[in-house]
Design a protein around this ligand. Structure first.
Ligand SMILES: N[C@@H](CCC(=O)N[C@@H](CS)C(=O)NCC(=O)O)C(=O)O
Length: 157
């Protein structure tokens, strides 16, 4: 069995809203480690009792159980869950208004940015819809090619 991650879920199992869990998922994706998630809700304390505590993320890796994101050294990995709309606009993200119950009154549509270590922008993709995100595997391949060929950022003209 591969890596299993207990991941905070809403009433709809596909709504995963914990920034602590996002950090772990981003780190695993970044490392190219495949994992399965198990939707977990605040009341499911018994399901993770084996970890000796009552919060997620809980990652099972064979015999090892990790439940504190600090142990992964992820405390400094920022997640955009509290991105102010004004900043989202500065980044050029599309902003939407709620059209159904349960949506925030205003929220940003997705964007993906690759930023060089010196803080300059290398790549940007912005979507005007919740779908149409750049596929992660293609991005990783593109980054490898761009790095290998020392390709500059484009769109500079
Ligand atoms: N120490 C944990 C804290 C994680 C945490 O607070 N998780 C929240 C969800 S975002 C949780 O499971 N809360 C359940 C509860 O408080 O009952 C970490 O840093 O990973």
């Amino acid at each position: 069995m591969g890596l299993q991650l207990y991941d905070l879920a809403g009433a709809e199992p596909e709504r995963r809203f914990s920034p602590y869990c996002w950090r772990v998922k981003m780190a695993l994706a970044h490392k190219g480690l495949p994992f399965d998630t198990i939707p977990w809700r605040f009341t499911d304390k018994d399901a993770i009792a084996f970890s000796g505590q009552g919060r997620v993320p809980v990652l099972i890796d064979g015999d090892q159980i990790v439940f504190d994101s600090a142990e992964w050294g992820l405390n400094d990995l920022p997640v955009g869950c509290e991105l102010p709309i004004s900043t989202a606009r500065e980044w050029g993200l599309f902003i939407s208004r709620a059209i159904r119950e349960g949506e925030s009154p205003e929220f940003s549509e997705p964007g993906m940015f690759l930023v060089r270590p010196n803080g300059t922008l290398f790549y940007a993709a912005r979507s005007s819809a919740p779908w149409g995100r750049p596929p992660f595997d293609q991005m990783l391949r593109g980054i490898d090619i761009a790095t290998e060929r020392k390709m500059p950022a484009r769109g500079e003209a």
